[in-house]
Design a binder for this molecule. Structure first.
Ligand SMILES: [Ca+2]
Ligand SMILES: [Ca+2]
Length: 366
C-alpha cells in the first residue's frame, strides 16, 4: 500500500545573492510507492508548487537583510511528505573585506604564536550582520609563493564579528614553513574579497632565558640611559642567583666598578595569581612587568624600585598575572663603586621563591 513520499534530500546550503535565494535538492529515497507529482517549497508566507522534475529553484524578488527559512516537501497521490528544512539565510551581497589587517608575533617555546588583528567592514552587503571571519594561513616558499593545496594550510573560523568593529585572534604556526595569511569577512552570500594584507613571515624560536646586555658606566637610576650607552657584552642567562650567574661570568660579585646591566624578555606565569618579584642589589636596580617593560618604563612605573646608591638591599613588588600569558619583563641594574652584586627572584602561586628561572623566562634569540 502506497504512502506519502519520504523527505527530500537537501544538496547544499542555499545559494545567496542580492534579493535571490537558490535551493537545490534531490528526490526522496522513497516516493512512497506512488510517483512524486510535485514539490512544495514554502517559508510559510511565500509558497511555490514545483513540478516533480525540479532539482533547483531560484526565489527572486526577496528583501536583502531579511532572514528566510524555506522548507521543502514532496507530494504524491497519497499526500504531502515530511518537510526538509533549508538553512535560514539572508539575501544580500558579499561583505567588503576587513581592513587594518595586522599580524604580530607573540612568543612560544616550540612554535610561533601570532596575534592577527583586523577591523571588520561596515558594509555587510545588505545583510544585518556578519556570520564571522575566516583566517587562513598558507605555507609559502622562501620567495613568498603560496604552496597550493598544502595539507598544512591553516583555516580558522572566528565568530562574534560585529560590522565595523576590531577583532583579534591567535594562531600557532609551525616553524617548518614561512607563512602568508588572509582574513575574510563572511555573511550568507559568502566570503568577502580576500584581504591578502598579511606579509609573509618567518617563525622565530623563543629560547629559555633573558637577553642580557652589559654596559660600560653607571646608569644612575635613569632607565633611558641604556638606549645610548656603550654595550660591552651580550649573552642570555636563566640563573639570577648573583651577578656572576646573571651575566655568564662576564661580571663577578664585588669585582668591578662602573658598569650596568639590562635583562629583557618575557615572563610566563605557570598559574594565575599574585607574583612577587624581588631584587637585592648593590647598587640600584629596577624591574618592569607588562607593557611598561616594552615602552614608557620609568622609575615611577617600575614594579620593583630598588634605586639609589646602596649596599645589598632587597626590594620587591607584586602583580596579579594570568597563566600562560607571556608578559614582557625588563630588569635594570647598575654598579657605581665599592661592593657590587645583584640577585633577582620570583615567587607566586604554586611557585616557591626561586632564582633559577629556566622554565619561566624567555627571549627571542638573534
Ligand atoms: Ca664594585
Ligand atoms: Ca656599589
Amino acid at each position: 500500500m502506497a504512502t506519502v513520499p519520504g523527505v527530500p534530500l537537501i544538496q547544499r546550503r542555499p545559494g545567496v545573492t542580492s534579493q535571490t535565494l537558490e535551493y537545490m535538492w534531490s528526490p526522496p529515497l522513497s516516493d512512497g510507492g506512488s510517483p512524486i507529482t510535485s514539490y512544495t517549497l514554502t517559508d510559510g508566507t511565500l509558497t511555490f508548487t514545483l513540478d516533480p522534475e525540479t532539482r533547483i529553484y531560484v526565489v527572486n524578488g526577496l528583501t536583502n537583510g531579511v532572514a528566510y527559512s524555506f522548507r521543502l516537501a514532496a507530494n504524491n497521490a497519497i499526500g504531502q511528505g515530511t518537510f526538509a528544512f533549508f538553512r535560514t539565510v539572508q539575501p544580500g551581497n558579499k561583505p567588503d573585506p576587513p581592513t587594518s589587517v595586522s599580524i604580530s608575533s607573540l612568543v612560544s617555546i616550540n612554535s610561533g604564536s601570532y596575534r592577527v588583528s583586523w577591523t571588520n567592514p561596515s558594509n555587510t552587503g545588505g545583510t544585518t550582520g556578519l556570520l564571522g571571519n575566516v583566517v587562513k594561513f598558507y605555507p609559502v616558499t622562501s620567495a613568498g609563493d603560496v604552496l597550493s593545496n598544502s595539507p598544512s594550510t591553516i583555516r580558522k573560523s572566528v565568530f562574534g564579528a560585529a560590522p565595523g568593529q576590531p577583532l583579534t585572534t591567535f594562531v600557532n604556526l609551525s616553524t617548518t614553513y614561512n607563512w602568508k595569511g588572509q582574513v575574510f569577512a563572511v555573511n550568507d552570500p559568502g566570503y568577502s574579497l580576500s584581504n591578502f594584507g598579511l606579509t609573509s613571515t618567518t617563525n622565530h624560536l623563543y629560547a629559555s632565558g633573558l637577553q642580557t646586555d652589559v654596559y660600560s658606566g653607571y646608569f644612575g637610576d635613569v632607565p633611558t640611559w641604556f638606549a645610548t650607552a656603550t654595550k660591552t657584552f651580550s649573552t642570555s642567562v636563566t640563573n639570577f642567583t648573583n651577578i656572576g650567574t646573571a651575566t655568564n661570568s662576564n661580571k663577578l660579585p664585588n669585582a668591578q666598578d662602573n658598569y650596568s646591566v639590562q635583562w629583557t624578555g618575557f615572563f610566563l606565569p605557570p598559574a594565575t595569581g599574585s607574583y612577587t618579584f624581588y631584587t637585592s642589589s648593590d647598587d640600584g636596580s629596577f624591574v618592569w612587568i607588562g607593557p611598561s617593560a616594552v615602552s614608557g618604563f620609568t622609575t615611577a612605573n617600575a614594579i620593583v624600585n630598588n634605586g639609589g646608591l646602596h649596599g645589598m638591599q632587597e626590594r620587591s613588588g607584586t602583580s596579579t598575572l594570568t597563566s600562560n600569558v607571556y608578559y614582557p619583563i625588563r630588569i635594570q641594574f647598575g654598579e657605581q663603586g665599592g661592593g657590587d652584586d645583584l640577585n633577582f627572584s620570583i615567587a607566586g602561586p604554586s611557585l616557591t621563591r626561586r632564582y633559577e628561572l629556566s622554565t619561566l623566562v624567555f627571549y627571542l634569540p638573534g
